[in-house]
Design a protein around this ligand. Sequence first.
Ligand SMILES: [Zn+2]
Length: 304
Amino acid sequence: MKAAVGFILVGIAATAIFEIRSYRAREDVLAAVAGFSGERAFKDLLQLVQFGPRPAGSPNLERSRAYIKRQLATSVAEIWDDPFVATTPMGKIPMTNVIGVIHGENPTVVILAGHYDTATIAGVRFVGANDGGSSAAFLLEMARVLSNRKNKFTYWIVFFDGEEALKQWSASDSLYGSRHLAEKLSREGKLRQISALILLDMVADRHLSILRESNSTGWLSDVVFRSASTLGYESLFRGGTFPVEDDHMPFLARDIPSVDIIDLTPFRSYHHTAQDSIDKCSPESLAVVGRAVLATLAEMERMQ
Ligand SMILES: [Zn+2]
C-alpha cells in the first residue's frame, strides 16, 4: 500500500493509549462482537513471521499459503484458489489469491480481505509482522468466528497475493491480487453479488492508531468508526484522515462500497524496514480491530 504524497492530518491523537471501555457498549453490540480471540490470531501471526520474508512468488510465501489453507480448512468448508500469472518488472510471477467461503442466509457477499505477501526491500530481511502478517492472521481468526455462527451475509475471506510492489510502487507494479480478482469477477458477471469489501492492513501495532482512509466509501467508513466508538475505541481510531492506495482500489473503481481499515500514521517509523517485527504487535490490537469489524458487520446486517 502507498500513502499519497502530502498528508492531510486531522485529529491525530497525541498518544495512542489503550483505553478499552467496552462496558459502555450496548448489550447487543457486545454479543455480536464476542468470540474474536486476539491471542489465537497472534499465534497465527507468530507462525507467519517464522516463515521469514514472504514476497510474491517465493517459497516462503508458498509455505505461508499452505499454512493459511490448513488453518482455514479447520473452520471453513469451502476454499478456492485463485491462481494467475502476474506480469511484473521482475518478469512473470505466479501468484495465488486464497478465498474461504462462509455461506449465510442470503447469497449477498461481503468480502473481508487483506494481503499475505510481504514487501521486497533491498538489503533488508523484511518479515512484515504488521505489514502482511497481521492482515492474514486477522482473517484466519475472523474466519473461525464467522464460521462458528449463523450469518445473514455470505462471507468471502480473501487473502490477496502480490499487494506489494516487486520493484517500485506504480499503477502496474502493485495490487496484483486485488486487480486480478476484481477484473475476473467483473468479467464473469459476478460483481453484482458483492455488496461490500472490508479491507484490513497493518492492524496489529501495539499502539493502535487506525486512520480514516479517505478513498474509502463514506457511509461504510462511518459505520466502521461509529462501531469502534460504540465499543469505546475512539482513541484507537484517531490516526488522521488521508488517502492510501491499497487493495480496495480495484473494487472502488468498480463501484463496490469498500473501506480500508489501516494503521499508517506518518510517524510509524518502522514501516517497510527491518524493524517491522513481532515485538511491535500485540494480541490486544488484533482483538480491538476484530471486535470493531464484528460490530460493523452487525450494523450492516441491521441496515439491510
Ligand atoms: Zn507494505
